[in-house]
Design a protein around this ligand. Structure first.
Ligand code: NDP
Length: 325
């Protein structure tokens, strides 16, 4: 029986780190703020928005939702993006995609200020992920994969990792983040030959194909770690979701596996709000809090991994606020 790598403790850890930063940093400064740009009322967008809304309240992050009808024009959306870019009280922006077919989606993403692009949509941030820039915002799902591997102490250095899927949102950035941690990475896709065999040889398999239960027992081996990114409508049970991995077939063989639901998908929102917190922390003026300034500079310089360090420093300050001065 495989160890279950659940998402909740990973998301909780992210929330604890960020809320520690928020409570420290907002002394004399405003709270962080996220803006959502949504076109239409697609059920999955509304579902995601509901989760983000609930979590923003929990984390102490302000939220502004800019909703437009599906008939919205390119110009109106571009103006909306320019507005959020200019608004100094907005730290991060989430644009729900795909946008309607009449909208030039690439142009809308390109208009977003990279420092507010907490979902890693812009070329600047994606480029940063590929060049290893520490302050780039990677798309949230690949970061959720990395946070899962980190939380459960799964070593990456020198390990043979297969990423199944090569999209710009999940597969490619996930491969780059894994490479950054010194894994030996193979990216598979729809033209890969001997797919099951290539996957079976992996120490860690990250499945991001968008095909319900495609990863069968032939793709795994005892000792393998399986990270299932897939969120698919379950073809067998109406109204339920399932992963890209055939959990019932794979779980008895592999060593560790993420469930669907309650796995990687449940961490994505926490990563998004962590990115908002990071974007916000860079804006806190030094005069508001000199201790915070030092902490946020460290986080700014070293990116998300420094958030841990910053949270630790913050925790020390919070527990002994008056003794040092
Ligand atoms: P895409 O459809 O953009 O990409 C799918 C990738 O899988 C492509 O690279 C494709 O190859 C490859 N693929 C498809 N079919 C096969 C096959 N039969 N054999 C081998 N490779 C195949 O999907 P996304 O990357 O956007 O999403 C992947 C999954 O992750 C989906 O289930 C999605 O719902 C989920 N997801 C989950 C999120 C979360 O928060 N957990 C967020 C985003 C996505 P090729 O390039 O050759 O076509």
């Amino acid at each position: 029986m495989a160890e279950l790598l659940k998402g909740k403790p990973v998301a909780d850890r992210l929330r604890e780190k960020s809320t520690a930063l928020i409570s420290q940093g907002k002394e004399g400064f405003r709270p962080p703020k996220l803006a959502i740009i949504r076109v239409g009322e697609r059920p999955d967008d509304l579902f995601y928005e509901g989760g983000v809304k609930k979590n923003c309240a929990l984390w102490g992050i302000d939220l502004e939702i800019k909703a437009y009808p599906v008939t919205v024009s390119q110009e109106t959306l571009l103006t909306a993006v320019e507005d959020v870019n200019q608004d100094q009280t907005i730290d991060g922006v989430l644009i729900f995609a795909p946008l309607p077919k009449n909208i030039d989606e690439k142009a809308i993403f390109a208009a977003l200020a990279p420092e507010k692009d907490i979902d890693g949509l812009t070329t600047a941030n994606l480029g940063g992920v590929f060049t290893g820039a520490k302050d780039a915002f990677a798309p949230c799902t690949p970061v959720a994969v990395m946070e899962t591997l980190d939380y459960y102490d799964i070593p990456l250095q020198g390990k043979n990792v297969v990423v199944l899927g090569r999209s710009l949102v999940v597969g490619k950035p996930a491969a780059m983040l894994l490479l950054e941690k010194h894994a030996t990475v193979t990216i598979c896709h729809s033209r890969t030959e001997n797919l099951a065999e290539v996957c079976r040889n992996a120490d860690i398999l990250v499945a991001a194909v968008g095909k319900a239960r495609m990863v069968t027992k032939d793709f795994t081996h005892p000792g393998q770690v399986v990270i299932d990114v897939g969120i698919n409508a379950d073809p067998e049970t109406e109204g339920k979701i399932c992963g890209d991995v055939d959990f019932a077939a794979v779980e008895p063989i592999c060593a560790k596996i993420t469930p669907v639901p309650a796995g990687v998908g449940s961490i994505t929102t926490a990563v998004l709000l962590t990115h908002v917190t990071t974007a916000w922390s860079k804006k806190i003026p030094a005069q508001h809090n000199s201790t915070w300034k030092n902490v946020s500079d460290a986080a700014f310089a070293a990116g998300m991994s420094a958030l841990t360090l910053a949270a630790q420093k913050t925790a020390i300050k919070l527990t002994a606020p008056d003794t040092e001065e």
